[in-house]
Design a protein around this ligand. Structure first.
Ligand code: SF4
Ligand code: SF4
Ligand code: SF4
Length: 270
């Protein structure tokens, strides 16, 4: 981390702790979504007293579709990582992941089966940040670089991140990545998204449920990449008429590690 950045982070951290809360850069990108939360552990919609329940964005991933068409996995990862300028480091140990493919047993360690069928054993499904309703990562972040917005999205203000990695230790899903190296030289210039900020060494990052795209009325990039397959359905968990809620009503779904009490907003049909 360079000296200029260290100085900035020091000031930003102190300002935050002092309650001054100045936001810059990406912070401005998420300005509209940023809650005035006194208590990070309190879900934003719980404090809503308008009589109208706030949105709580959620996602349903149909693992069957990813088994039927293995090319879908690559499509969603590429779409997400391109649109968010996720670097491609040559070494696995430096890897930055916003969404990635994994086997059933890694995604659902609480639901082991002694004799898995062939498809369960071999196929992969996408995993990402669960945008938990009770996110431990938010609770431990000392600078509020990670916070839960009023629409249920657990977002990051990269400029406030001091790289302490408390959030990585607290997230039981391994949904966060740390930039051990300067990521900028490892972003493909030919596909770079000029409208989305790049990060720097010493900063944590993760899926943001495409908050910047939602604001423009677009679907998340991974959802769009699935075309009309309905392999991923996105919507408002608080709206009983939403397609997402209808799908949840019609299908048996599971969440990752429900016993941890984090209340993930990502559901799976397995
Ligand atoms: S999955 Fe991890 S990073 Fe995402 S909200 Fe939950 S605890 Fe935080
Ligand atoms: S590393 Fe995580 S916990 Fe630490 S400041 Fe950054 S977002 Fe917050
Ligand atoms: S919702 Fe957006 S940020 Fe999250 S995995 Fe999908 S494309 Fe990436």
């Amino acid at each position: 981390m360079d000296q200029k950045r260290r100085n900035f982070l020091k000031v930003a951290g102190i300002s935050t702790l002092a309650g001054l809360g100045a936001t810059t850069g990406l912070g401005r990108l998420f300005e509209g979504a940023k809650p005035a939360l006194a208590d990070n552990a309190t879900p934003a919609h719980a404090a809503d007293n308008s009589g109208v329940k706030a949105k709580r964005y959620g996602m349903l991933i149909d693992a069957r579709k990813f088994r039927e068409d293995p090319s879908l996995g690559e499509k969603v990862v590429r779409a997400c990582h391109q649109v968010h300028n996720v670097p491609e480091f040559p070494e696995k140990r430096d890897e930055i992941k916003w969404i990635w493919m994994t086997h059933f047993e890694n995604a659902f360690p609480e639901q082991p089966t002694l004799y898995p069928d062939h498809a369960t054993e071999t196929a992969q499904l996408p995993i990402l940040c669960n945008h938990c309703d009770k996110p431990p990562c938010v609770r431990v972040c000392p600078t509020q670089a990670t916070f839960r917005s009023a629409d249920g999205i657990v977002v990051m203000d990269f400029h406030r991140c001091i790289g302490c990695r408390f959030c990585m230790a607290a997230c039981p899903y391994g949904s966060r990545s740390f930039n051990w190296r300067d990521p900028r030289p490892f972003i493909d210039e030919s596909t770079k998204n000029k409208d989305f900020p790049t990060r720097t060494r010493g900063v944590v990052e993760k899926c943001n449920f495409c908050a910047e795209r939602l604001r423009e009325g677009k679907l998340p990039a991974c959802v769009e990449a699935c075309g009309d397959t309905k392999a991923i359905v996105f919507g408002d968990l608080n709206d009983p008429t939403s397609e997402l809620r209808q799908m949840l009503k019609q299908n048996h779904t599971v969440q990752r590690n429900p016993s941890l009490g984090t209340h993930p907003s990502v559901f799976y049909i397995v």
